[in-house]
Design a protein around this ligand. Structure first.
Ligand code: G4P
Length: 532
């Protein structure tokens, strides 16, 4: 097929109905449960927990690797797609564990908005703050869902104040909880003035039934009881008197977050959130490129934000996750890969719904397409029909823990090197090579769980066993100048692109080395969202 040089007439409508977002939260706040319930309301699954039921713990389709199942955490990111109210929703699943920030950060570059999920008893937690900072950095709008209202919760006024103070964003409730814990009766919609009273359903498996009543409806007392009805009337008066009003522009600029309350496990407030989300969240907008802003209506271009090898046992190949930035994507189309100038025919394109793969025939801005990667793609690469587009920056993360690895069976060195290169390319770990002729590389990670994932994947996917030892190095610095005379207090290594790097055990060692060797310049660390 030849390169289409005109986009179809359907393009503007398809752009307008796209919503591409990610969920950010501290582990355990309920991201997996919400994802599952959103899919339930989106009709992608019939019964929550039906996807892969495992000993009472339900997993969404995004939870697929065996190591994830063993640990009950979601390590890799996938993209889930569903339709709701005429909108086409792409939900980028981001790993919740703090060790996987690098992967998560990259995934957030492909989202147009984010849903921040808070545990009603815990409020803003460490990981929420970190991920929020990334979204803030990108300026994407953030919606908030306060989950687990069916458990004893913090006072909602205090929760709102905490979001505002900790995250420095205006928080405006769009719904208000009626009671909490065993007395949680539902939410009041501050915009429509309706009470949405919920009934518990067994296990929250099916869509929760919903009744509505206005604040002055006599049925309110019947629904929630006299005490809660009076408390609600008081709260609403306070909110209307003291809180900021919702301002769509401030929301779109990332300065204001609308707040919803509910309980994902019991389906309280999920559909209500979803129906508001599709109206509030923005469709794909222009992307900053080397050639200026690229409108989503421009000819086709897409960027790679994630690489993943061996996604499933049936498909032992490498996948590049591409987000469509602009124009109409068609399977089989010819594009240019900007970094190498190579012409590529995109005939191997598929969806990323966990183990299941379906061919993607076409896609629009905001959509995520899995491309079989024969080794051409790197994170941050752009492909386009015009061939000259690049992105200015892509996030990289600074490792804080380092391990040595050695091969148990030297006969497997080839497979080992392949695994090492591919997994490093994906960002599972960063690799540093000794410069003194020693063979075994160092791995760098943000947290030690990354090493375990690396080791497990190397064994499972490449058949290679390695011995791994976490070292006492804690700091890394890239440098300019000749480091060959610096033997003490530092390990001289090279990164995967041959750039000189030093590893230190402590800040003291780094400062001492800097003092003793003024001929060496330590380069500033890569900041989140900048290319190293
Ligand atoms: P995560 O992806 O953010 O890590 O959280 P996940 O959805 O896995 O939820 C963490 C735990 O919190 C799960 O319990 C889940 O059932 C529970 N949970 C989620 N939403 C709610 C809610 O609205 N109310 C209550 N009470 N609990 C909620 P678990 O014990 O780890 O697993 P499970 O055996 O209950 O499935």
């Amino acid at each position: 097929m030849s390169t289409p040089d005109t986009n179809p007439a359907a393009l503007p409508g398809e752009i307008a109905r796209r919503r591409t977002f990610a969920i950010i939260s501290h582990p355990d706040a309920g991201k997996t449960t919400i994802t599952e319930k959103l899919l339930l309301y989106g009709g992608a699954i019939q019964e929550a927990g039906s996807v892969t039921a495992k000993e009472g713990r339900s997993h969404t389709k995004s939870d697929w690797m065996s190591i994830e199942q063993q640990r009950g955490i979601s390590i890799s990111s996938s993209a889930l797609t569903f339709e709701y109210a005429g909108r086409h929703i792409n939900l980028l699943d981001t790993p919740g564990h703090q060790d996987f920030s690098e992967d998560t950060y990259r995934t957030l570059t492909a989202a147009d908005s984010a849903l921040m999920v808070l545990d009603a008893a815990r409020g803003v937690q460490a990981q929420t703050e970190k991920l929020f900072a990334v979204c803030r950095n990108r300026g994407i709008p953030i919606l908030t869902f306060v989950n687990k209202m069916d458990r004893p919760a913090q006072d909602p006024f205090e929760l709102i104040a905490q979001v505002e103070e900790t995250l420095k964003i205006t928080a405006v409730p769009l719904t208000w909880p009626i009671g909490d814990g065993p007395d949680f009766k539902g939410v009041y919609d501050l915009q429509t003035g309706q009470v949405l009273a919920f009934e518990r359903t067994s296990g929250g498996k099916h869509r929760a039934p919903m009744q509505t009543a206005g604040l002055n409806d006599p049925r309110l007392i019947e629904l929630v009881g006299a005490d809660l009805a009076a408390k609600l009337q008081e709260d609403v008066e306070l909110i209307q008197g003291a809180m900021a009003e919702f301002d769509a522009e401030a929301f779109l600029n990332g300065e204001l977050t609308p707040v919803f309350f509910g309980s994902a496990m019991n389906n309280f407030g999920i559909e209500h959130f979803l129906s508001n989300f599709v109206d509030l969240a923005p469709p794909p907008g222009p992307v900053e490129t080397n050639l200026g802003e690229r409108a989503p209506e421009a000819p086709f271009a897409g960027f790679i934000f994630k690489l993943q090898a061996n996604m499933s046992k049936q498909h032992r190949d490498r996948t590049a996750y591409m987000r469509v930035m602009s124009g109409h994507f068609e399977r089989g189309m010819d594009v240019t890969h900007t970094r190498t100038g190579r012409k590529l025919r995109l005939s191997q394109a598929h969806t990323l719904f966990a183990q299941d793969r379906e061919k993607v025939e076409e896609a629009y801005p905001g959509d995520i397409v899995g491309l079989v990667n024969p080794g051409v793609f790197q994170i941050g690469d752009v492909i386009s029909v015009d061939g000259k587009v690049t992105l200015p920056s892509f996030p990289r993360f600074t490792p804080e823990t380092f391990a040595t690895i050695s091969l148990r069976d030297v006969g497997k060195r080839k497979a080992f090197m392949k695994g090492l290169t591919q997994l490093a390319e994906e960002g599972v770990v960063q690799v540093f090579y000794p410069t003194d002729g020693a063979r075994d590389p160092y791995l760098g990670a943000v947290g030690p769980l990354q090493f375990e994932v690396f080791q497990a994947r190397l064994a499972e996917e490449y058949g290679v066993d390695v011995e791994m030892n976490v070292t006492s190095y804690q700091l890394v610095r890239w440098l300019a100048g000749d480091p060959s005379n610096v033997a003490r207090f530092a390990r001289h290594v090279e990164d995967d692109q041959g750039r000189p790097v030093m590893l230190f055990r402590s800040k003291y060692d780094l400062e001492y080395t800097a003092e003793q060797h003024p001929e060496i310049e330590f380069l500033p660390l890569p900041k989140d969202l900048t290319r190293v």
